[in-house]
Design a protein around this ligand. Sequence first.
Ligand SMILES: Nc1ncnc2c1ncn2[C@@H]1O[C@H](COP(=O)(O)OP(=O)(O)OP(=O)(O)O)[C@@H](O)[C@H]1O
Length: 277
Amino acid sequence: MKLEIEAVSARHPAARADAPPAISNLSLHIAAGEQVAVIGPSGAGKTTLLQVLACALPPTTGQLRLDGTAPWQLQRNALQKLRGRLFLAPQVPPLPPRQRVVTAVLAGRLPHMGLWASLRSLFYPSDIPAAFETLERFDLGDKLFERVDRLSGGERQRVGLARTLLSAASLWLVDEPLSALDPTRSRQAITTLVSSARDHGATLVATLHQVDVALASFPRIVGLRDGALAFDLPARLVTRELLTQLYDQFEHELRGEVPADESEVPGMPQPVVMHCR
Ligand SMILES: Nc1ncnc2c1ncn2[C@@H]1O[C@H](COP(=O)(O)OP(=O)(O)OP(=O)(O)O)[C@@H](O)[C@H]1O
């Protein structure tokens, strides 16, 4: 799915009336099948941007178009149909506590199933092999029939990602999928996510705090700061200087390794450790 936003501003529905917009005058074009990581300090507007792209939050000004269609000008049914073509994976997946993992994962397909098929699948999981295979990609095959409330936070987060992979959506919007994962799991999970999006031909937009993982796994990086675009570059052109500016006064949030300052290693950028938490 192709995404276009032009001069979009938006604010959280619960924000004070006099609060500045969470994203302001933002323009961004993302081609169908692209994979883009959105980075930036806390409060930069990353989640708000995903919600606008997911047609969950209407822009207060500006234009949003998905595959050339302005969603907020559609009739209610047509808007619902368009929403069915995208999958928004929130930071904390909304998994009913007593549900089995297999059912939770296959729920990624519900928007594309008829009413009876979806009701039936809640009681009789329809494609257990597909659920198992997808969970295996996140090292969770042995949790297939486990109850969701018996999983750790990191396991739940990986179930949320497996669910995204099983959706038939052509736009995957993934909000901070790694917050409960250790560095090794983070890399594995994001590699699986990005390669699956590529295989499905799905457009992927993910917000990430792990800058090193974003730079290593995504071809394009969008930096947001105070609701505005700080940069929009191929990953190889994102320098330490740009990251230092982006996270100025939020250095504690700059996680993992970032590219070396070229003046320190002339002609040969090398990763150096800045801050980890
Ligand atoms: N629940 C809320 N109620 C009111 N205002 C909110 C709420 N959530 C977000 N905002 C406003 O929107 C701004 C942007 O928030 P947003 O969640 O989009 O940022 P973010 O970059 O995703 O942050 P984080 O990395 O901490 O998740 C916040 O600074 C705040 O002003």
